[in-house]
Design a protein around this ligand. Structure first.
Ligand code: SIN
Ligand code: FE
Length: 308
């Protein structure tokens, strides 16, 4: 079942869940489910909500979402000339509160992952998603799995926690077939399989060549895993036949709801909606309760080599 709804009543009135319960939620995520809270367990304080919804929409939809970096307590993506210093620090405080609330909720809710993740960026998504004019590889209305062009994860999982803060409209996603099927659809056939000594090295090279990405960023080297995941993201977006004919399931997230999902393996697209908050966590692949489901493990099984 791709969408697993969790009513607030299941959260045991604010008490931390048992380890077994938390483990079952991790397992659902790892199996490709979207964990959906029809009513968010993390309501945004009313003044923060009012502030976010009042952000003027003068900026062109070509602009990026606004990102918050918890490690530096810094915002990026804000137009300097469109916002006063006071507003900017207000923004930062609001994002800091969201980010902190998500991290502390997930430390209990996903107990087996506690201290096995890095708190990555949070984002505020103020633009109408329908009809956003973005370059093809940046489009989020085409089905894709997530990979970061400038921030390779080296095998860590991309877990995202969303909140639809629009007062009345749903946020509309579409999802499609699971990761192992996608890999066999998009990966070149056959993937290189090593048979003898030295094959692992050959595999690295072959995979990097197949993905077409051999460039590295200073200090941020892409492993064959990162190159593969980036290439998969682009290949899905480029394939118009796949986009129009793959099995599609629509999912509408209610106003005031939250959901979380491993977006590195669950192919998704956002078709419509406005005003969302999101927090990304990079979860250590070794922390998975079913480690064989991690994409790094799927690719290693296919290639017979270490890819990250
Ligand atoms: C995405 O990761 O593709 C965007 C999802 C969203 O903003 O709802
Ligand atoms: Fe995405």
């Amino acid at each position: 079942m791709p969408v697993h709804a969790i009513p607030l009543a299941e959260l045991a009135h604010g008490l931390p869940p048992s380890f077994e319960r938390a483990r079952s939620w991790c397992a659902l995520l790892e199996a490709g489910s979207i964990l959906y809270f029809p009513r968010t367990p993390l309501p945004i304080p009313a003044p923060d909500l009012e502030f976010l919804l009042s952000r003027r929409q003068e900026a062109s939809p070509l602009h990026k979402n606004i990102a918050y970096q918890p490690v530096h307590d810094a915002l990026c993506g804000l137009e300097e000339n469109q916002i006063s210093e006071g507003e900017s620090s207000r923004f930062r405080e609001t994002m800091r509160r969201y980010s902190t609330a998500v991290a502390s909720f997930l430390a209990d809710f996903l107990l087996p992952y506690r201290e096995r993740w890095q708190l990555d960026y949070a984002s505020f998504r103020p633009f109408e998603e329908r009809g956003r004019q973005l370059p093809m590889h940046k489009r989020n209305d085409l089905l894709h799995t997530d990979a970061f062009p400038t921030r390779p994860t080296h095998g860590a999982r991309i877990l995202r926690f969303f909140h639809n803060i629009h007062p009345s409209r749903t946020r509309d996603w579409v999802i499609t077939e699971p990761f192992p099927q996608l890999v066999s659809r998009f990966a070149p056939h056959p993937l290189p399989l090593p048979r003898a000594e030295g094959a692992a090295a050959r595999c690295f090279k072959a995979l990097a060549e197949l993905t077409g990405i051999t460039s590295v960023l200073p200090g941020l080297k892409r492993t064959p895993y990162d190159a593969f995941m980036m290439r998969l993201n682009n290949a899905m977006k480029e394939d118009s036949e796949f986009q129009s004919h793959c099995p599609r399931e629509e999912v509408r997230f209610a106003p005031g709801s939250s959901w979380m999902v491993y977006t590195d393996t669950v192919p998704h697209a956002v078709l419509a909606g406005q005003f969302a908050l999101e927090q990304t966590l990079l979860v250590d692949a070794g922390a998975m309760v079913h480690s064989e489901t991690a994409p790094v493990a799927v690719l290693e099984r296919l290639t017979g080599a270490k890819v990250a």
